[in-house]
Ligand binder design. Structure first.
Ligand code: CA
Length: 490
């Protein structure tokens, strides 16, 4: 009997050591955030698209949790990226014009501000940002000197390593940046960008990158960096340029019923697949939290033949939601959000919790047990329980402020959404032409607020503002309060 008791206590002691280790490990998991560009949730198999082939993202959803009410705080690129990094709404920053930063903007994040990267770096993580940046580089407005060191930049706000593009592939410079250096510079020559859009060219570099090889290049950097840096906990912020224009899938991806646009989505999926395979090969999957999401809804630009081909072939990038990228409608903000964390996040599960991409910072702070200081992560809610709860509990956040690419504000609160039209706030912008355009757009938009009941009207077809004037007034007031307060987090 005594021998049995001894055995039991030995087993218990061993078990508690094991548990202690796994508890310690789970408080510092590796973290990978994949922030794809313009990938609408309606383009993914796990969200119900029947003809797309996204086996790797489907696997991620099967092994983790898929959110159906996840929001980008903005329907445009840079504003959402700012929110992801800082946990703060972009419109609280020195500009609130709702739009992407210009491609030669200075770094838009103060170097003493807490970011997802600096939070984790302070906890002993190795940190990397790979892919599209588009949050500004350097310090001078409109005067980025691409030939000199690009500081401040990603490594000034918490990343140990950066490899990628300054902004979109077409913006230029048409060469990768590694840490603070533009790669492939011709010695002693200035670097300059001429022309716009598809005609933009960079001089002063050996050769421009090949647009259809960018995804391969940045994916390879991610897998190599992980292989070299997994001795400590690590954090990778991976921002694919796909499926933003130019729609340039590698020649290895062909044959989608949705044309090149579909092929490009397949390439995003394959890229995530390579990262998952690297985790498997290094036996890291069980200790790694992986998140896949997008910076805004799918682009439904009917002026673009390649997008039109995909939609005419039946693809609905944002499902049945109204609108898309840049719009104030749900299709602009609602994004795919898949989280996998073996042993912590229930497998093959779905959550309808309202979540904002600004919530990553507070959630990572909770995971690593770091209290958030004042004046940081102002609009970031801890959503860890939404990741891990076995059955859905009460809402962790019941509202979110949204801003469209035309600077229009909206607020979602529980099942309702108010679009602010009457008497919108003044715009702060570094670009006078932009102020003019916003004034024009506002003059042509409805002049009365619009109210939608999303539970019954997810496609925002029926403005019920006149039926529920008190609710509309209350939500309008709520939006104004959230905007004037210094923070919305608890
Ligand atoms: Ca985007």
């Amino acid at each position: 009997m005594r021998f049995f008791a001894l055995c039991v206590s030995l087993v218990l002691a061993l078990f508690s050591v094991g548990c202690g280790q796994s508890a310690d490990r789970s408080s510092r998991p590796n973290i990978i955030v994949v922030l794809a560009d313009d990938v609408g949730w309606g383009s993914l198999g796990s969200y119900g698209e029947p003809r797309i082939q996204t086996p790797n993202l489907d696997r991620l959803a099967r092994e983790g949790r898929r959110f159906t009410q996840a929001y980008a705080p903005s329907s445009a690129c840079s504003p959402t990226r700012y929110g992801v990094m800082t946990g703060r709404y972009f419109w609280r920053s020195k500009v609130n014009d709702g739009m992407v930063l210009s491609s030669n903007a200075p770094l838009h994040i103060e170097t003493d501000r807490l970011t997802i990267a600096s939070l984790l770096k302070d906890q002993g993580y190795r940190t990397a940002a790979i892919g599209k940046w588009h949050l500004g580089l350097g310090s001078e407005e409109g005067r980025t000197d691409w030939a000199s060191k690009l500081v401040p930049g990603p490594r000034s706000i918490g990343f140990d390593y950066f490899f990628g593009l300054s902004a979109n592939p077409r913006n230029g410079p048409h060469s990768f940046i590694e840490n603070e250096e533009l790669m492939g510079k011709l010695p002693g020559r200035p670097v300059s960008i001429s022309g716009f859009g598809a005609h933009a060219k960079t001089s002063g570099i050996v050769a421009p990158f090949k647009t259809d090889e960018i995804m391969q290049n940045i994916t390879k950097r991610v897998t190599t960096w992980i292989a070299e840096n997994h001795a400590d906990p690590f954090f990778v912020y991976f921002a694919p340029n796909a499926v933003h224009t130019p729609i340039a899938p590698n020649r290895a991806f062909t044959g989608s019923p949705y044309g090149k646009y579909g092929d490009f989505i397949h390439e995003v999926d394959a890229s995530v697949g390579q990262i998952l395979a690297t985790l498997d090969a290094l036996d890291l999957a069980k200790d790694t939290l992986v998140i896949f999401t997008s910076d805004n809804g799918g682009d439904i630009n009917r002026g673009s033949p390649v997008h039109m081909q995909a939609m005419d072939s039946g693809l609905k990038p944002n499902g049945d939601l109204r609108g898309g990228k840049l719009h104030v409608w749900e299709g602009g903000f609602r994004v795919p959000f898949i989280v996998r964390w073996p042993g912590q996040v229930p497998e093959d599960s779905v959550s309808e919790q309202i979540l904002s991409l600004t919530d990553l910072l507070a959630t990572f702070a909770q995971i690593t047990d770091v209290p958030l200081p004042d004046g940081a992560a102002e609009d970031s809610f801890d959503m860890l329980a939404a990741f891990t709860e076995s059955t859905q509990g009460p809402p962790l956040r019941n509202r979110i402020v949204l801003q469209a690419g035309d600077a229009t504000f909206a607020i979602r609160e529980a099942d309702w959404k108010l679009v602010e039209r009457a008497d919108p706030p003044d715009i702060r912008t570094a670009r006078p032409k932009r102020a003019e355009r916003i004034a024009n757009m506002r003059a042509n938009a409805p002049q009365q607020d619009q109210l939608f009941f999303l539970a019954k009207d997810p496609s925002e077809e029926n403005d019920v503002g006149e039926l529920f004037p008190e609710r509309a007034a209350r939500m309008r007031e709520r939006l104004a309060l959230d905007r004037s307060a210094s923070q919305t987090r608890p």
